[in-house]
Design a protein around this ligand. Structure first.
Ligand SMILES: [Zn+2]
Length: 324
């Protein structure tokens, strides 16, 4: 009997210890589950942001497809990145993602049981943020992971048609090698477009062709912009014409962007496509050199957004939130 009581006591103690340990194990176990759960949600947010920012999507030109079924989205802008080896995200892809957010994101970029928002804030605060997906946050969700990346984005979807870089004359001479011969080149005497010579401070021309279609004319505001906006060169002037219809009519710069659509329409006449020439005359004084851009902005861009700095991709914050 005595022996059995001892055994019983031992059993009770062992049971108690086991019970306590089991509780402790449960607590540890559930903590571990929380940890790995949180960790995996974080991983989901990171992997999703990586996929959107670093890949072009599959297929790579999915933004051109009318139907996004079967598309895995990515925002990387292949055309710009091939040229510049940078990591720019595409405004056209962002707009397509905005139109089809749930369909493209859920089950592709993050698991379907997760929810997310995506907002892109230009660092330049005079530009409006893009709410690709912005919904009221769920207060009951205990964990929200936010991935904040800095990306470059051609925010205003601009295209540079002609860039005359006269402030860096070493680039100007290499640019000239690619240009075709100006249609005023064969002319005789004073009407011929002699090239400007900054080295010898001799006044002259820089001339570039650009192809314009009537489709572009309908969807685009073409602007002539100088950098700096206010130029000091007293003889600076410009003209636009066509080889088939040359002009000698030059104009002064206006110290602000000049809208060219009316003029281009007139030069194109009834042609649906034409090669125009931009000719810029300057004094050859390197201290007064200015850059000239002929740029395409989307139709109806507010005049205050027609700026040289918007011709290059803008830094933006890419803020991707994920929760369950
Ligand atoms: Zn010319």
């Amino acid at each position: 009997m005595v022996f059995s009581i001892d055994i019983m006591m031992a059993l009770i103690i062992i049971t108690v210890i086991l019970g306590v340990s089991a509780d402790a194990m449960d607590i540890v176990g559930s903590k571990m589950e929380d940890y790995s759960y949180g960790n995996s949600l974080e991983r989901i947010a990171q992997a999703g942001a990586d996929m959107l920012v670093k890949t072009p999507g599959n297929p790579e030109n999915w933004e051109k497809f009318p139907d996004v079924n079967g598309v895995t989205p990515g925002l990387s802008d292949l055309e710009i990145n091939k040229k510049t080896h940078s990591n720019v995200i595409s405004m056209v892809k962002i707009k397509r993602l905005e139109e089809n957010y749930d369909k493209l994101i859920n089950g592709n970029v993050i698991p379907s049981h997760c929810k997310s928002t995506l907002v892109i804030y230009p660092v330049d605060q005079s530009l409006e943020p893009i709410n690709v997906k912005d919904i009221g946050e769920n207060d009951s969700s205990s964990e929200v992971f936010v991935e904040n990346r800095t990306v470059l984005c051609n925010y205003l979807n601009t295209t540079e048609m002609v860039f005359i870089n006269a402030r860096d004359q070493s680039l100007l001479s290499s640019q000239n090698q690619f240009g075709d011969e100006c249609p005023h080149g064969e002319g005789t005497g004073s009407q011929s477009h002699e090239k400007v010579d900054y080295k010898n401070r001799e006044a002259g021309w820089v001339c570039y062709p650009l192809r314009v279609t009537d489709g572009m004319l309908n969807s685009t505001d073409f602007y002539l912009i100088t950098d700096p906006a206010s130029i000091e060169d007293p003889v600076a002037m410009w003209m636009i014409d066509r080889p088939e219809n040359r002009t000698e009519y030059t104009q002064l710069f206006q110290n602000k962007p000049i809208l060219l659509n009316g003029m281009i329409e007139g030069i194109m006449g009834n042609n649906s496509t034409a090669v125009l020439w931009l000719h810029v005359y300057s004094s050859g004084n390197p201290d007064k050199a200015f850059n000239t851009h002929l740029a395409a902005f989307p139709k109806g861009t507010p005049p205050e957004n027609v700026k040289v700095q918007y011709l290059t991709p803008q830094p933006c914050y890419f803020v991707f939130k994920v929760w369950v």
